[in-house]
Design a protein around this ligand. Structure first.
Ligand code: ZN
Length: 246
């Protein structure tokens, strides 16, 4: 069996709120952390442009994180865009498909991402593979389900004769709790970095900085992000009022 170093991780980083929070989670826990991203023919290139500045700014927040953060890799998976049709890649209408799944669903996307990440982790000797999949704010992606990831972990470990651990720290928390998790890991500075420097919008809109971040404000990803931010901001205000009253 290939030796994997226990205290190491590979983070799937898309420069969105979730994967950036996962990167902070990993930097807080593991002494060596590398990142991986996928180019699969997204309809906008913003995520790819934001990755490197985001990694630099994360490292600047905490000297330990700077020491722990290793190299980044971008894997070209444009073949995914050639075999599937999705509003995430093509200029198709957003919303729901006739079968109820989101128009942004790319069949097998997270299976492919985790499998390629596992291949890289295996070769780099990294034990934990971390992704921001979440079942709580379930947006209808069947490959974000906990059972999917657990089944994939079993298949990967059998197929590679390894003991990789697929980690999904956001699986059971909602978007407001994801903001709180970021704050608990990197303080208000990390929450602010995530608000200003990450990207969730399916349409790739940057433009105006809203109180919840950049985006069109209308697509499912923006609506979910904004709703989570409002709940987090209300909770943060309540906590600071409680502290002031003490
Ligand atoms: Zn949007």
């Amino acid at each position: 069996m290939v030796p994997l170093e226990a205290d190491t991780a590979l983070v799937l980083l898309s420069a969105g709120q979730d994967s950036t929070t996962c990167l902070a989670w990993a930097l807080d826990r593991f002494h060596r952390v590398e990142t991986i991203g996928f180019e699969y023919g997204q309809r906008h290139g913003i995520e790819m442009e934001l990755r490197e500045p985001l990694r630099r700014k994360m490292a600047a927040l905490n000297p330990d994180w700077a020491l722990r953060l290793g190299p980044d890799r971008i894997i070209a998976l444009d073949v995914l865009g050639r075999v599937s049709e999705s509003a995430l890649m093509a200029d198709l209408p957003l919303g729901k498909r006739p079968d109820g799944l989101p128009a942004t669903f790319v069949p097998g996307r997270n299976l492919v991402f985790f499998t390629f990440a596992a291949i890289v982790a295996y070769q780099r000797g990294l034990k934990h593979v971390v992704g921001g999949m979440c079942e709580t704010d379930f947006s209808g992606y069947p490959d974000c389900r906990d059972d999917t990831i657990k089944a994939l972990q079993a298949a990967i470990n059998l197929g590679m004769d390894a003991r990789l651990v697929l980690e999904t720290p956001l699986m059971w928390i909602d978007k407001a709790a994801t903001w709180r998790l970021a704050e608990s890991l990197g303080g208000a500075a990390l929450a602010e970095l995530i608000r200003c420097e990450t990207h969730s919008c399916y349409r790739g809109v940057r433009g105006t900085l809203h109180n919840w971040g950049h985006g069109c404000g209308l697509c499912d990803a923006c609506v979910l992000r904004a709703k989570g931010w409002q709940a987090y901001a209300a909770d943060r205000a309540a906590r600071s009022t409680t502290r002031a009253a003490r």
